[in-house]
Design a protein around this ligand. Structure first.
Ligand code: SAH
Ligand code: SF4
Ligand code: F3S
Length: 440
């Protein structure tokens, strides 16, 4: 949004985002809605007329972070009662009324399908809070162009919601039913991004590969987007293993713009636990998928999500997860302790693994993955890759950085190469998190 200095009379809004990339993308939609209504961006809570938190409910820890922030904002509200404070996103949807008891000073509570109404809700919030947590199975915000940040990469929402109802997961309850953005809207929007210099798009959705609009499935969508001039690289996250159709694998294998990288959330390496989680696949099916993907797309990087300590997970289930991670050899992994979530199917099952034991399993798994990430990255030494230049490396010192096709961070000595250019580099050395390279 505009610098408020140029528009001193306009209301200033400060928006803070928690959670996944889909929430970050939603915040860009919220910014677009508010800008249309005349709001400008505040520099911080200090100079804001409206403070909004776009929140996450995936694990208890995510909610605790927001509750902590709300306690700070309660003090702000005390000293400046005219500031309007709003809770948006998944936690607003998840906690609804309970949150109003914990944070009675909230002026606005808006779920993920209510952002179109935000200006009205903020405007009408006075004595009473303005609450809208209705889920709307038709809301896609397809006509609202989000306020994309700068940079060579843009994250574009392709579908919203989730119909999978994995037993542990709150997402279907807080984001509602699956719905896909029409291909024509995506083509227009990504075409505009390309015209502004964006080189890489990451298509987003909680089960992004379940995308379907009329005859267009996700494989067809990948091909359509690949036809846009100026877009060099296409990625997507998160696909669900059960929706990884042959059409998608074929598009990845044959369309050079679709990058050799796949996030394939496993959750557990034990069939018993996968069944209890209601994930919809077995270990054998998952491994078969990994084999087909690797055969079709040589050199593809794989990453995953794992939950340790799901209700009923015993030592041998955990060992099965460890063994599976070893045998797949992921390039990277996100690993979490199971967190019981209200409203989910697993809520009534209980929480049989102690916090200490979850901690032990998580620590062991992280150590294993560090070892494997390092081994995978060491395999890259001596090889050459095209790198999409993003800018100076965080560590500075005349270094620049960008991503390889496998989405690994490449760091190389250079200066002044414009962001968005592609350079060829050779990998000289590696850590578990990045590749040290030289321009070849
Ligand atoms: N839609 C994606 C994942 C979305 S949430 C998918 O199906 O793969 C991101 C990750 O958070 C999940 O993959 C899972 O590993 C983790 N997660 C979700 N619910 C959780 C819970 N209740 N406790 C711990 N981790 C959870
Ligand atoms: Fe949650 Fe499962 Fe949907 Fe992923 S697929 S968002 S884990 S319910
Ligand atoms: Fe969290 Fe909602 Fe994303 S629960 S992980 S912000 S979809």
């Amino acid at each position: 949004m505009n610098d408020h200095a140029a528009n001193p009379a306009r209301p200033r809004v400060y928006l803070e985002t928690y959670g996944c990339q889909m929430n970050v993308a939603d915040s860009q939609t919220v910014s677009a809605v508010l800008r249309r209504a005349g709001y400008v961006t505040a520099n911080g809570v200090e100079d804001a007329d409206v403070v909004l938190l776009n929140t996450c409910a995936i694990r208890e820890h995510a909610e605790e972070k927001v509750l902590h922030r709300l306690r700070e904002l309660a003090r702000l509200k005390n000293s400046r009662p005219e500031v309007k404070i709003g809770l948006l996103g998944c936690m607003a949807q998840h906690n609804r009324v309970a949150i109003m008891e914990k944070a009675a000073f909230l002026d606005v509570v808006a779920g993920p399908d209510s952002y179109r109404r935000l200006p009205e809700m903020i405007g009408s919030a006075g004595f009473d809070a303005s609450i809208d947590v209705r889920l709307d199975r038709a809301e896609t915000y397809a006509d609202i162009t989000p306020e994309y940040g700068g940079g060579v990469r843009a994250y574009v929402t392709a579908m919203r919601g989730c119909d999978k109802f994995c037993a542990f997961c709150v997402v279907p309850y807080v984001r509602g039913r699956e719905r896909s953005i029409p291909p024509s809207d995506l083509m227009r929007e990504i075409g505009e991004l390309a015209a502004r210099g964006v080189k890489e798009v990451v298509l987003l959705g909680q089960t992004v590969n379940a995308y379907r609009f009329g005859d267009v499935d996700f494989g067809a969508l990948l091909r359509m987007i690949a036809s846009i001039d100026g877009i060099d690289r296409i990625r997507f996250t998160s696909p669900h293993p059960s929706d990884m159709s042959e059409s998608i694998i074929e598009a990845m294998a044959t369309e050079p713009k679709v990058q050799p990288q796949l996030h394939l959330p496993l959750q557990s390496g034990s069939d018993r636990i996968l069944a209890a989680m209601e994930r919809g696949y077995t270990v054998a099916e998952y491994l078969d998928l990994v084999a087909r993907v690797r055969a079709a797309i040589p050199g593809i990087a794989l990453s995953t999500d794992i939950i340790v300590g799901f209700h009923g997970e015993n030592e041998s289930d955990f060992e099965a997860t460890t063994a599976l991670m070893r045998s797949v050899g992921y390039d990277s992994a996100f690993m979490f302790k199971y967190s019981v979530r209200e409203h989910t199917r697993a809520f009534r099952l209980g929480d049989s693994v102690s916090e200490e034991e979850k901690g032990r399993r998580l620590t062991a798994l992280i150590a294993l993955q560090e070892e494997m990430s390092l081994a995978r990255n060491h395999e890259m030494i001596g090889r050459e890759f095209p790198v999409l230049v993003e800018g100076p490396a965080r560590r500075g010192g005349g270094m620049m950085s960008g991503k390889t096709p496998q989405f690994k961070t490449a760091i190389f000595a250079a200066s002044g190469i414009p962001a968005g250019n592609t350079v060829r580099v050779r990998v000289d050395s590696a850590t578990g998190h990045s590749l040290m390279c030289s321009i070849s």
